[in-house]
Design a binder for this molecule. Structure first.
Ligand code: SAM
Length: 276
């Protein structure tokens, strides 16, 4: 007899991801302070160039764009896109406080973004790449949007991310295939990312993986998961989802030590330049 699996109906699409992020957009910043700090570290590592026109792909609540506006007073115009209307609303509110910056928002995924070629001095992509359905095409589209000499700066989950959590997730019966599958498929190695960037005609200037030991309460960890990956359970039978989360929580509590649930988080950073 086959193994019973819990699976959402209809698959994962930019629309379903967008709806999922909209449901939790107001909780996002509080649950993912590490994403905020990661975006800030990425922007701090970008070459010191007077960027004026910035593209933010999978912009979320605007943590990357805000870091750009704060570090580079030269920024005049930000075009930001996301398939989640709720995230775009948060973005608008956050960037309202950036003086002299004109914001243009697009409710779109990277596949359908409508931006001119060669128009941007910088493109940023902070913790969104792992959700893109076609990664090579997405990287090529972003590269085309850059002006010659423009900089592409990205941060994404790197190989080794959340391994402790993933191994617990894999033990829960029946397995939650969307959750497990997307966890297994999300992380990228330096070489894979280099391949996407070079395949898009970009010159890699710097790439690195940051591996951090983190400790969290089980509640805070699961809240982060709800906020960044809640859409993965949206098509599931609510009772199945509830049972799955209860079993997962029990395993995490068992694994947690006196200092909480310990895990290693890997972020991959990449900075590349469009030749010219
Ligand atoms: C973890 S959040 C990151 C948000 C923000 N960039 C940050 O650094 O906090 C992932 C974002 O990617 C967006 N996203 C998902 N699929 C996408 C796609 N195909 N194209 C563009 N953005 C996408 C989600 O809606 C969500 O806002």
């Amino acid at each position: 007899m086959g193994r019973r699996v819990s699976q959402a109906q209809g698959g994962i699409t930019p629309d379903s991801i967008g709806r999922g992020y909209s449901a939790t957009a107001t909780n996002y910043d509080a649950a993912v302070r590490y994403n905020i700090e990661g975006a800030e570290r990425l922007v701090a590592a970008m070459p010191d160039i007077p960027y004026s026109r910035v593209l933010d792909v999978g912009c979320g609540t605007g943590v990357g764009s805000l870091a750009m506006a704060e570090r580079f007073p030269s920024v005049r115009q930000i075009t930001a896109l996301d398939p989640s209307e709720g995230m775009l609303e948060e973005f608008r509110a956050k960037l309202a406080g950036a003086p002299g910056v004109e914001v243009a928002l697009q409710h779109a995924g990277v596949d359908t973004m409508d931006v001119p070629d060669g128009a941007f001095d910088a493109a940023i992509m902070t913790m969104s790449f792992h959700w893109f359905p076609r990664k090579s095409e997405a990287t090529q589209r972003i590269a085309r949007a850059l002006a010659p000499g423009g900089i592409f700066a990205a941060v994404l989950p790197g190989k080794g991310v959340d391994e402790e959590f993933r191994s617990l997730l894999a033990q829960v019966e029946p397995p939650h295939m969307e959750f497990l599958g997307s966890f297994q498929a999300a992380p990228r190695s330096l070489r894979q990312m280099e391949g996407y960037l070079e395949g898009a005609g970009l010159d890699v200037r710097d790439m690195w993986i940051e591996r951090r030991l983190r400790r969290s309460t089980v509640d805070a960890y699961l809240e982060r998961m709800r906020v960044v990956a809640g859409h993965l359970g949206h098509g599931m039978d609510p009772a199945d989802l509830d049972a799955h989360l209860t079993a997962l929580r029990a395993r995490m509590e068992q694994a947690a030590g006196p200092r909480g649930f310990e895990y290693e988080f890997c972020k991959l950073y990449a900075i590349a330049r469009r030749p010219g």
